[in-house]
Design a protein around this ligand. Structure first.
Ligand code: AMP
Ligand code: MG
Length: 539
């Protein structure tokens, strides 16, 4: 059964069960003792639908027909509140780039309410860019088209890749201009504004807990954690009597669960070459979802030191290869935050060890699956994998293409003593052919020989191995330059490439002969172009 927009029904547990800010006037302030403030979206003058995701709409039991109505545009740009919507912004803090930053909060996010769909799943609807809130600090509460296109496309691309993520229902241009100084260098420009409607079971972040611990408001901290476990992790709570009696054991179980989910999420980022770019604790979801798509990027040439975020270019805290360690650091901040409810340092530390163990295990399994192995065998595969990663970083090698090409090679019949065969398969994955020295070619040929031997031990038929690899190594990802091309067109009022990429990225693991060009490595013109390889936090 499909809903129309006006038949959507809401069940707003977050605001019903958690303490509200008493102030309802919308001005920027510190908000104490409350998990959220009620706030209304700022109306947009000339809203225009840019794109919607039919799969995300289905989560609300909305048909595509409903998405094409004017009412959809009016509601999801923030011009019209439906009956049952009770809009609010959440209070949270966070560690930014390693330092405690105090109160942050939903500075440009406004939650419209929660929907329980036909499958009994709970989805919170959230507008991003619909105007200032009490948490906007010195900023405007708005978002530009450029960053909204990036958030919209990447949320849905990640979903189709099978990676835990918040979802994006729609992107709507506001018809109003927003001023942004993209590189914070005194050259502000007017850009078009937009609003993305995001969906997630909940948008609670590590920072939602940190703020109350920091303020020593243990009562609110406890309310938030009890609510979170009851609503988002009911299977941990058991029946309510047990819940009351054994609360600190359940809190610990909850923390272990967050550690596990976070480990699994980061393994998935490493699998596809995703770099979040701003892994501050306020951008970490307690559900283990990828959240807040800002200056993220996709690894092109495999380089563990790469970060897309120009704001982080010096220290590279959030570089690709550092993501597992940063996730653990962030979890340690969450552990500190909930310590007053558990008061057991050893158990919290053990949970952090559990994160490392889980990450390691899952990462090894993931790498084995990328290589088409039946299972990870420590005695052979540790070295096989570390040698490969080393070789990939020796010369500029496109990570995504490399694994797809590797799957094509039939090691049962091809002879890898010949470098001609090597180049036949791999020439397209290299960015700078002149880097292919004889010593490099020798190293990779050697590795391929070891790999061939390892495969022969598994004895999987070539086709079966290829299918396994292709299901784990995407052919199509949202390459940084592709997103930028879609943005360039969108800024001219042409949204066709957004739709095209959305369609393409619905089937990231499939061969799509008509779309071959979107799988190719980054063209030369994009190497140093802003938006393609360098992104700022300005959005
Ligand atoms: P981010 O680094 O984008 O996750 O944002 C960090 C904090 O700044 C969060 O509290 C955001 O809500 C807030 N923020 C970012 N951009 C804006 C904006 N344009 N207006 C108001 N708040 C913002
Ligand atoms: Mg954020």
């Amino acid at each position: 059964m499909h809903n129309t927009i006006s038949s959507l029904t809401f069940d707003n547990t977050f605001i019903r069960e958690l303490p509200a800010d008493n102030e309802t006037v919308n001005y920027r302030r510190q908000v104490a003792g409350a998990c959220y403030s009620r706030v209304k979206p700022t109306p947009a003058a000339y809203p225009k639908l840019v794109a919607y995701s039919k799969e995300a709409a289905a989560l609300l039991d909305l048909s595509e027909t409903a998405c094409k109505t004017d009412e959809f545009t009016q509601v999801f740009v923030g011009n019209k509140l439906l009956s049952g919507m009770d809009s609010y912004s959440a209070c949270y803090g966070g560690h930014q780039f390693g330092n405690w930053a105090g109160q942050l909060g939903d500075g440009r996010a406004i939650n419209l309410g929660e929907i329980v769909n036909n499958k009994s799943e709970r989805w919170t609807l959230q507008l991003k860019g619909a105007g200032p809130t009490p948490y906007s600090r010195n900023a405007d509460g708005l978002a530009v088209l450029r960053s909204s296109v990036r958030e919209f496309l990447c949320s849905e691309a990640m979903f189709h890749l099978g990676i835990p993520t918040t979802r994006a229902l729609s992107i709507i241009a506001t018809g109003e201009m927003v001023e942004r100084d993209m590189f914070y260098d005194g050259h502000p420009k007017e850009e078009q504004g937009a609003v993305v409607c995001r969906l997630a079971p909940s948008f609670t972040r590590f920072g939602n807990f940190e703020i109350f611990a920091f303020r020593n408001d243990i009562a609110t901290l406890k309310k938030l954690l009890d609510y979170t476990i009851k609503t988002d992790f009911p299977y941990l709570a058991g029946d309510s009597a047990y819940f009351k009696e054994l609360s600190n054991k359940i809190y610990l179980k909850w923390f272990e669960e967050v550690c596990k989910r976070t480990a699994d999420m980061v393994v998935e980022w490493m699998r596809v070459g995703f770099v979040h770019g701003v892994m501050n604790t306020d951008n970490m979801s307690i559900l283990g979802l990828t959240i807040d798509y800002g200056p993220y990027g996709w690894i092109e040439n495999y380089d563990p030191n790469w970060t897309p975020n120009t704001t982080d270019a010096k220290s590279r805290r959030y570089r690709f290869g550092n993501q597992p360690a940063i996730a653990k650091w962030n979890l340690a901040q969450l552990a500190n935050a909930i310590y007053p409810l558990i008061e057991d340092v050893d158990s919290l530390q053990q949970a952090l060890v559990l994160y490392s163990t889980r990450f390691q295990e899952q990462w090894q399994n993931m790498m084995a699956s990328k290589l088409g192995l039946r299972a990870f065998e420590p005695e052979n595969d540790k070295i096989l994998i570390s040698d490969l990663l080393n070789i990939l970083s020796l010369v500029e090698t496109d990570m995504t293409l490399f694994f797809r090409k590797l799957a094509l090679v039939d090691f049962q019949s091809d002879d890898f003593t010949s470098q001609d065969i090597l180049l036949k398969y791999f020439i397209d994955v290299y960015y700078v052919p002149s880097q292919l020295t004889s010593s490099y070619l020798e190293q990779i040929t050697d590795w391929l020989k070891h790999y061939a031997k390892r495969l022969s031990k598994d004895n999987l038929p070539h086709q079966a191995k290829r299918l396994q690899m292709d299901a784990r190594n995407p052919k199509y990802v949202l390459r940084n330059y592709l997103a930028q091309l879609a943005i360039d067109k969108a800024e001219q009022g042409d949204f066709s490439l957004i739709d095209k990429l959305l369609e393409l990225l619905r089937h990231p693991y499939s061969e799509q002969p008509d779309n071959e060009k979107f799988s190719q490595k980054r063209p030369d013109w994009a190497r140093n172009r802003i938006g393609c390889s360098m992104l700022s936090c300005s959005s």
